[in-house]
Ligand binder design. Structure first.
Ligand SMILES: Cc1cc2nc3c(=O)[nH]c(=O)nc-3n(C[C@H](O)[C@H](O)[C@H](O)COP(=O)(O)OP(=O)(O)OC[C@H]3O[C@@H](n4cnc5c(N)ncnc54)[C@H](O)[C@@H]3O)c2cc1C
Length: 441
């Protein structure tokens, strides 16, 4: 990947003869962004989802609905870092810890877990951080034209993001991550307890030190953002279709998919189905090593004014983000696949955490379980199918889908137009892991 820096993201429309009909499967933020960037290139777009982000829809099955609302350019540190193999057992035994597992899902996790652990070596973490830094350096630029197009700038709030530590030992332990971020050009300030109090006086004074990430910002409602993007797609002549896409198949004249009993044909398909993308990829013969890191949120409706910015104690594993509906406490990781029911213990743990960290937060009301689409190396898949030249993949954004949706859409537009992408996406190819979880050269 290139060094972080300024890249011109402006896009040239393709000639009339190269304009195609592209189906985008998945109206999460990644699919919506891809659809809008494809329209900017001149293609005709149809976007399909079981539940589209339209006014009146719940949209709750999309991971894009329930996240911590934060564009997080500081997030160059992958989930698997050196020593994780020793830390995981202790975290799993702590009922209030940030990591949990649905034990009956364990047999399905073998290759993913093998690749996850192999990604935690010092060399791998440096390599992955540099790739993430390259993507993250363009995250905001990737969003700008889409936000303007969708008239969604009123949803943005630029106040940074705060990470807090309760003891000197915790802060020292975080130094390796902090210095990895600094080496990858993340702008941050180290804060003492007094400065933290001045920034967020409503927090319980449990903090000892903290870090402010100055370039982070939030959207006050990811759902309203998604609705605004879907409306922009329709204004530009795009079609939206509600229903489950199945039977993806390449045919002589193009590619086709069944949706709610109708066959839709197109020239090209972008699979942006989030955590469900593996099933779609398997239909054309591909097997990306995608799984899910389940995450939860609890809404505290009367606590929205208590914080100015997202606040996270990494020890607790969730963000507390002020948003349109109140304060959303969102995060934690549960390895457990797509079909296990929600685990109430996870939201009990979030509720207890918020009541300790932010005593005035009041009662939490709405709870939500969502499915992060996660690759074991914390890097998304952005690339063409090795099996079908008519399929492009955009999924696997893990903890960073809201942040990276804009730049992902821009890269998808290059890939569909058969142009060299503005960032090198070789490290993001769908088949970087073999079936056993070994990373392929
Ligand atoms: C608790 C939590 C907090 C998070 N916080 C942040 C954060 O602060 N910042 C950040 O950057 N990221 C965050 N994330 C991650 C982020 O939300 C995800 O990476 C992102 O939403 C993924 O977007 P997506 O478009 O790939 O998938 P999704 O939003 O899940 O969208 C996929 C869509 O595809 C549809 N679909 C799938 N298969 C089919 C099919 N066969 N037919 C029809 N439709 C189909 C689904 O219905 C769904 O709507 C968080 C995640 C969680 C769980």
């Amino acid at each position: 990947m290139q060094e972080p820096g300024t890249i011109n993201l402006e896009i040239m429309p393709v000639p009339e003869t190269e304009r195609r009909h592209v189906l985008v499967i998945g109206a999460g933020l990644v699919g919506l962004s891809s659809a809008l960037w494809l329209q900017k290139t001149g293609h005709r777009v149809t976007i399909i989802d079981r539940e589209l982000p339209l006014p009146g829809a719940s949209y709750e099955q999309a991971c894009s609905y329930g996240n911590a609302c934060t564009v997080a350019p500081q997030s160059v540190v992958p989930v698997a870092t050196p020593g994780i193999a020793w830390r995981v057992p202790r975290m799993l035994l702590d009922p209030l810890g940030p990591l949990a597992i649905v034990w009956r899902y364990l047999p399905h996790l073998g290759p993913w877990m093998r690749a996850f652990l192999a990604s935690s070596s010092r060399e791998e973490v440096e390599r992955i951080a540099a790739i993430l830094a390259s993507l993250l350096s363009q995250a905001d630029a990737g969003w700008r034209p889409l936000i303007a197009d969708a008239g969604a700038s009123h949803l943005e709030r630029h106040d940074g993001c705060l990470y807090l530590y309760k003891t000197e030992a915790q802060f020292q332990a975080a130094e390796a991550d902090i210095s990895l971020r600094e080496r990858n050009c993340v702008r941050l300030d180290r804060l003492d307890a007094r400065s933290i109090h001045d920034l967020e006086p409503n927090l319980a004074p449990l903090y000892h030190k903290g870090v402010m990430f100055k370039d982070a910002y939030t959207f006050s409602s990811p759902k309203l953002l998604a609705i605004a993007l879907a409306e922009a797609i329709q204004r530009h002549g795009g079609t939206v279709v509600a229903g489950e896409a199945t039977g993806l198949e390449t045919i002589e004249t193009g590619i086709q998919v069944w949706v709610a009993g109708s066959l839709i044909k197109a020239d090209h398909v972008v699979v942006a189905g989030g955590a469900w993308s593996r099933a779609l990829a398997e239909e054309v013969g591909d097997r990306p090593l995608l799984d899910t890191e389940r995450g939860y949120h609890v809404l505290f409706p009367s606590a929205g004014a208590l914080l100015t910015r997202p606040v996270c104690y990494p020890e607790h594993g969730f963000y507390m983000t002020p948003m349109a509906d109140g304060l959303r406490a969102a995060g934690t990781v549960e390895l457990g696949g797509l079909s296990a029911p929600p685990n109430p213990g996870r939201t009990v743990m979030i509720r207890k955490g918020v009541q300790t960290l932010l005593p005035g937060a009041g009662e939490g009301t709405r709870e939500w379980l969502g499915f992060r689409p996660s690759m074991p190396d914390s890097l998304p898949v952005i690339g063409n199918s090795p099996t079908s030249p008519r399929v492009t993949y955009a999924f696997g954004h893990g903890h960073l889908g809201l942040t990276l949706a804009g730049i992902t859409g821009r890269l998808v537009a290059d890939l569909v137009a058969c142009q060299p992408p503005i960032l090198d996406v070789a490290s993001l190819r769908p088949h970087r892991f073999g079936r056993s979880g070994r990373r392929l050269a």
